[in-house]
Design a protein around this ligand. Structure first.
Ligand SMILES: [Zn+2]
Length: 221
């Protein structure tokens, strides 16, 4: 992915860097990262005839900003698209939105790596405080919060998340299914290239060599 060119993939082509690591796998009993209080979706499959997919531009922008915010962060639990075995309209990790014939994935996971500046406690606080209208819901550390009132709770209130995957190694961010939201490339309200207090403390203590060299590797934890 480059800054000014979106990447469109064939259906079935899943680059490792875009594969949602924590969805639907045997060890998490098929957690689809969906909102249990959302209205049930009657259709089980994906749209027929869609030959290609891409990620919502707003989430590519968010990924880029998070990578700038924490350039040395682990990406071990990062990812956007679920595999075909778990294709369902009930998961935003599947390209169930069709935009000009291309399926659009409207969710991304970001790895919790506080030692390298990506603390999902802080990230979830920042995103929640931003009240960004692009956000549909977030799941982090056994809690879920939606931008709309859900489950008897007002917008942006945390609810208990009891899915099989506790989401304590990554935060899930879903964006709204409307194009003006999911494809908005406006900057998110995140500090840019400013180390978090925790990362700053580590840097000052010499524990992290913060030379700004991005780690392109993905490590399974
Ligand atoms: Zn997810």
């Amino acid at each position: 992915m480059t800054d000014d060119q979106e990447t469109i993939h064939r259906i079935g082509e899943i680059p490792e860097v875009e594969k949602a690591q924590a969805i639907g796998s045997a060890d998490n009993k098929g957690d689809m990262h969906n909102d249990p209080d959302a209205l049930p979706i009657s259709r089980g499959g994906l749209e027929a005839g869609v030959k290609s997919w891409r990620v919502a531009r707003s989430l590519d922008t968010l990924l880029k900003q998070i990578n700038e915010w924490a350039p040395r962060r682990s990406k071990s639990s990062d990812g956007a698209i679920g595999d075909a075995a778990h294709a369902s309209r009930s998961s935003d990790h599947n390209p169930w939105i069709v935009d000009s014939g291309v399926g659009v994935v409207t969710a991304r996971d970001f790895t919790h790596d506080p030692a390298h500046g990506c603390d999902c406690n802080e990230l979830s606080d920042l995103l929640r405080a931003s009240r960004d209208p692009r956000i549909k819901y977030m799941i982090w550390n056994r809690r879920i919060c939606a931008s709309e009132a859900k489950g008897g709770q007002p917008p942006w209130a945390w609810r208990l998340y009891t899915g099989a995957n506790p989401h304590d190694h990554h935060i899930h961010v879903s964006v709204m299914p409307t194009k003006m939201h999911y494809d908005s490339t406006n900057a998110w309200l995140l500090p840019s290239k400013v180390p978090t207090a925790a990362a700053q403390a580590l840097t000052q203590s010499g524990a992290v060599n913060n030379d700004g060299d991005p780690e392109g590797t993905r490590r399974r934890e």
